[in-house]
Design a protein around this ligand. Sequence first.
Ligand SMILES: *Cc1c(COP(=O)(O)O)cnc(C)c1O
Length: 429
Amino acid sequence: MNKVFKMNLEQSNKLYNRSLKYLVGGVNSPVRAFKSVGGNPLFISHAKGSHIYDVDGNEYIDYVLSYGPMIIGHVHPHVQETVVKTLEKGYSFGATAELEVMLAEKVCAAFENMDKVRFVNSGTEAVMSAIRLARAYTKKNKIIKFAGCYHGHSDALLVAAGSGLATLSMPGSGGVTEGSVKNTLVANYNDLASVEQLVADHEDIAAIFLEPIAGNMGVVLPTDEFIQGLNRIGKEHGILIVADEVMTGFRSCYGGAQRLLGLHSDITCLGKVVGGGFPVGAYGAREEIMNCVAPLGDMYQAGTLSGNPVAMAGGMATLEVLEKENPYDFFDDYAKKMQEGMLSIANEKGVPLNVNRFGSMINPFFSEKEILNYEDAKSCDTEKFADFFWKLLEGGIYIPPSQFEAWFLNTQLNDSKLNQTLEAFSKAV
Ligand SMILES: *Cc1c(COP(=O)(O)O)cnc(C)c1O
């Protein structure tokens, strides 16, 4: 059943029914399943620039962007050319190629505290490896994470993990043993006292993991006090700060949100934009930390397809475009206009709304109060969100099918697309 009556979604619905037989819930990642907005997911036929097209020929401005990676728009000519050229030379070698060195040089140059980097195949893998590295380096066991922050689906971090889980109302996950989460401590975002309490109660803390800008409970910004407090706690107690910049890396600025916020991270995790739409994750740190990783150190981590040339080419070409075009002022300006536009429309119609944004990430929350943590985010009207989502689709705007996912901007947007977005917003709200 689809809630949209004006749109033709016949082919999507057909494919969805076919997919249900062999794919679990018809999808390969749960947030794609439209569970929290009702109806059937769209099937996508292709995408180009700022737009995505479904199999029934409907056209949308894409604010999902594959959940972040497609920051310079879909099928950018420079990425396309670089990837195709690379593809012609072979798909995977199981040996190091020049592109890996080139991308490593670029990534390390963009982060202050990164002398060396290890490429992996996903954000999940990057953060999972960062846990092991933090433990290997500090010889301590426990980690702190924040409620509502998502760090991929590895066992130890599947506690109070935001968007995908919030949408499905799962407290954690089946199949995760007590053993694998017993060393995970959960604090509240923007609540320094909750961190200080954990640090006072536990000796054995290796690292604090955080999204410097939270994007998986909707966009939630850290206060300056919170960031400075984490810097201080890390330093005072020999606890590593792990910045999970899988979402924010190269999206907030050329480099990480940590630089803009003044967060002193010890280990940084990347994914999404750094692969430009191909499966790439990365973790990097100062030399003394990274030298713990095999083959130099005793912390084992490996991957058959890690540093895959085609994926490296996608990431490399994407970073080249970002470096050259430096679109970050444009993003800020677009997001600001979008925020102002939405607030003024909502105000006119008497709809309670809060819009959080940072760089090229933005999120309207249907709530009166300011959204500063996971509890606040969960208090929003998710029922209203479902209708809002479908009406936006009707207006040609594709956003994530969840109140708890960030909307992403890409470089191919412009004022006329902003106006179309706000018009659809006005009808939907
Ligand atoms: C998306 C995301 C991950 C997981 O990355 P995958 O590539 O989906 O495994 C981890 N951390 C953050 C902050 C993310 O947004």
